[in-house]
Design a protein around this ligand. Structure first.
Ligand SMILES: Nc1ncnc2c1ncn2[C@@H]1O[C@H](COP(=O)(O)OP(=O)(O)OP(=O)(O)O)[C@@H](O)[C@H]1O
Length: 365
């Protein structure tokens, strides 16, 4: 998909997508719970969450394959909640690609346009443009079985963009590819999306995939949106423990807030204490959360507090060493930059754990 082909051959105008107060149940299974989202025109947006949290159900709702029990879906300001899929100007790429095995690549891409009774010359023009955009023009006469997984995925994308949707919906489009292809194809998808400027919604349970290609992410759990933000916002300012632990490694340390000499202090389970910064918000029942790189061992860098810990194990990762350290009664992960020739602490070693309080947060579940 990396040919320098102009996207202007296909008519794709960016629109926004709004999901308002959507609820959906399958029988007694309440799958989507009061979803509100606003996806901006031209945005590459991800629904990210664990298996079964409702991502695909929400995507299919936007496509028109599912109906909400209540709430609305707006595309470009128009309420499409009661329109069938083919009248919504949205195109969906399915996880399985759903290509016709007996048709050539060209016929697969043309099929949706023929169904829509698009004039022949127009079909020819759009199919050629879509195949050029995904870099498959030279394979137009092959059948899907004669293509690699990545190429089949591109056919599925070409077939969808040929119908000139206003919104592109991608349901785990990389899940059938091996790890190396996934990295390549996700870059191609991002590149294509930017050239087309097409509002795109991407479903994945893989945080790295969402982080690397999406502008913003809605983190979902158990049918509800937990937080919406850029990958960096979600990583640095998670709204709750679920988001903190779903995006990257987070140390989650239980304890309680106590008063000591007129100052709030956090007493970690196991008895260690650290001051809580005056401006820190600490919800009821909150736990201390920090990333492995926001702590240090021994004299490696000045930190705000120093607490005694015991090394449990270590992993040499090349540029860093990841230590498992007991802090109070909790095990935490601490990443220490590796300096050539430096000794690695052995299990059982007593260490001073330095903590940067401005990078720590207190979060409730
Ligand atoms: N057609 C259906 N009938 C009944 N229950 C369904 C149906 N489709 C999905 N579900 C249920 O709805 C919930 C959400 O499913 P959904 O496929 O939206 O989750 P998901 O987050 O996309 O998961 P995955 O990453 O595994 O695809 C699950 O409990 C699932 O079993």
């Amino acid at each position: 998909m990396n040919q320098p082909v102009s996207a202007s051959a296909l008519d794709t105008k960016a629109v926004d997508v709004e999901i308002r107060n959507v609820d959906l149940s399958y029988g007694t299974n309440h799958v989507l719970k009061g979803i509100n989202l606003h996806i901006k025109p031209g945005e590459f947006f991800a629904f990210l969450g664990p298996s079964g949290c409702g991502k695909t159900t929400l995507l299919r709702l936007i496509a028109g394959f599912n109906r909400a029990d209540s709430g609305e879906v707006l595309v470009g300001g128009q309420d499409v909640s009661h329109l069938p899929p083919w009248k919504r100007d949205v195109g969906m790429v399915f996880q399985s690609y759903a290509l016709w095995p007996h048709m050539t690549v060209r016929r697969n891409v043309a099929f949706g346009l023929e169904e829509r009774k698009v004039p022949k010359a127009e079909i020819e023009r759009r199919v050629t443009s879509a195949l050029e955009l995904v870099g498959l023009a030279h394979l137009a006469d092959r059948r899907p079985s004669q293509l690699s997984g990545g190429q089949q995925q591109r056919v599925a994308v070409a077939r969808t963009i040929a119908i000139e949707p206003k919104v592109l919906l991608l349901d785990e489009p990389l899940s059938n590819l091996d790890a190396k292809m996934r990295v390549q194809v996700r870059r191609e998808l991002r590149d294509l999306q930017q050239r087309l400027g097409l509002t795109t919604i991407f479903v994945t349970h893989d945080q790295e995939e969402a982080n690397t290609i999406c502008d913003r992410i809605a983190v979902m759990n158990d049918g509800a949106v937990q937080q919406v933000g850029s990958p960096m916002e979600l990583y640095e300012k998670p709204a709750n423990l679920f988001v903190a632990s779903f995006l990257g490694t987070a140390n989650i340390v239980p304890g309680r807030v106590i008063e000591e000499g007129g100052q709030r202090v956090f007493e970690i389970d196991g008895g260690l204490r650290l001051p809580i910064p005056a401006d820190a918000k600490v919800p009821q029942g909150a736990k201390l959360v920090f990333r492995p790189q926001h702590a240090s061992l021994g004299a490696t860098g000045a930190r705000d507090v120093s607490l005694p810990g015991t090394v449990l194990h270590s992993e040499f990762l090349g540029s860093t060493v990841r230590y498992g350290v007991r802090l109070g009664s909790t095990e935490v992960s601490i990443d220490v930059p590796f300096q050539s020739g430096e000794a690695i602490h052995k299990p059982g070693a007593a260490v001073e754990v330095g903590l940067s309080l401005d990078a720590a947060v207190w979060l409730a579940s």
